[in-house]
Design a protein around this ligand. Sequence first.
Ligand SMILES: Nc1nc2c(ncn2[C@@H]2O[C@H](COP(=O)(O)OP(=O)(O)O)[C@@H](O)[C@H]2O)c(=O)[nH]1
Ligand SMILES: [Mg+2]
Length: 247
Amino acid sequence: MKKFENLGIIVLATTEQITLKETIKALLNNCSENDISEILILLASADCPSACSANEIVKNNTSTIPISCHIQKNPGLYFAVFEAPHLISKCSHFLIIGSDLEMDPHSVPEMIEMSKKNPNMIVCASKFMKCSQREDYGKIHYLCNRTVNYIIGKILHVKATEIISTFQIYPVDIFQEMNFTNEEKAYYEYTLRPLAMGKDYIEISTNYSKRYEGKSTFTPKKYILGSLTFFRIAYSERKRAKKIVKQ
Ligand SMILES: Nc1nc2c(ncn2[C@@H]2O[C@H](COP(=O)(O)OP(=O)(O)O)[C@@H](O)[C@H]2O)c(=O)[nH]1
Ligand SMILES: [Mg+2]
């Protein structure tokens, strides 16, 4: 069985300035230095509003954890998810986290503990578990998100509350085995393929609070199109996995 050795963290940023700093601070203050191999801030572009804060963070870093900044090749959240895992090295596991504080960085130490106990599993922090608290999470948003997760769970035969979030500790071995090549569909495949392939998935509870800085990149139209793509990819990933098992 592979062991948890250390975690590489990729922090996604585009418009966040204060919350980017808060995210990094929470990670540095709450995680053990021995557990984290590096923190990489992945910026949407060189001149996005987060760039200035990111450079300041790198320049003023006094911790023993290396912090670096990288500008993504292709614009968009989905491309960022494709690029992110390839940018870190020398870690056994990695985590992609946003910088709007909606994915609570305070949950990372507990995710790490869970990953140490289950190093071959994907560990997800879910905001939809019974004990999760959600501050200012709209009812419609909640209903839609729960429904999408429920349907995908049924398609992939997985019992989980949050399937389509990247707030997961991913073992590097599993990532390499997945062989992702489709940059545009990377985000969908990233979360769905391991589940279709029967990889073990475990959830811990996390809390949600709505961002107070900047705006979400999601619009209702983007959400609907994204959900339909999730259903389509869930089916195609199930088919793909069955084919592999047969061979
Ligand atoms: N690097 C990068 N990060 C992004 C991009 N789009 C969104 N993000 C980050 O991803 C996180 C989640 O994005 P958000 O728009 O809030 O999506 P939502 O939380 O699902 O509504 C935030 O921290 C954003 O800064 C992008 O194109 N590139
Ligand atoms: Mg957000």
